[in-house]
Write a protein that binds this ligand. Structure first.
Ligand code: CA2
Length: 147
């Protein structure tokens, strides 16, 4: 199986570490990308790390992953709760998918409790802060190693 992993981030995550640190912590998305890349070296994974505020761009990256990747780690941000289009794209991806949320969405507003993406994700990590991305990478690396 391909050792390429797409790490995809949805809308407003470019503001990570710059606002609402009581919910999302102090790390910026650049910090998260650096930590993911450091771990990827240890795990012998190749990473594509992306963020977009546009739904279609995330869908296009999922389509690209279909052709090339062994796994997807995705924090769809607010699209988690709204996007059938992202769910449809993920349903066309045949390898492991882990959904990550920095905050514990189940402890927050009711509308954050529903995830379209969870209907497809093989696993969900929520509320562990940005560590969730690293745990997701460790998990997909084990699956890729075992395949
Ligand atoms: O907890 C998560 O990771 C979320 O996916 C983050 C989304 C939210 O809509 C989901 O319900 C849960 C929001 C991402 C926006 O991130 C910001 C970070 C700093 C300042 C403002 C927004």
């Amino acid at each position: 199986m391909s050792r390429l992993v797409f790490v995809l981030n949805g809308p407003n995550l470019n503001l990570l570490g710059k606002r609402q640190p009581h919910i999302y912590g102090h790390e910026t998305l650049a910090d998260v990308e650096r930590d993911c890349r450091e771990l990827a070296v240890e795990l012998k994974l190749e990473l594509r790390f992306h963020q977009s505020n546009r739904e279609y761009e995330i869908i296009d990256w999922i389509h690209e992953a279909r052709e090339t990747a062994g796994a997807i780690v995705i924090n769809p941000a607010a699209f988690t709760h709204t996007s059938v289009a992202i769910l449809d794209a993920l349903n066309a991806f045949d390898a492991p998918i882990v959904e990550v949320h920095i905050s514990n969405v189940h402890q927050r507003e009711e509308f954050r409790h529903r995830s379209f993406v969870s209907l497809r994700a093989d696993g969900v990590i929520a509320g562990l802060g940005t560590q969730g991305y690293l745990l997701a990478l460790r998990h997909v690396a084990r699956l890729i190693d075992a395949a």
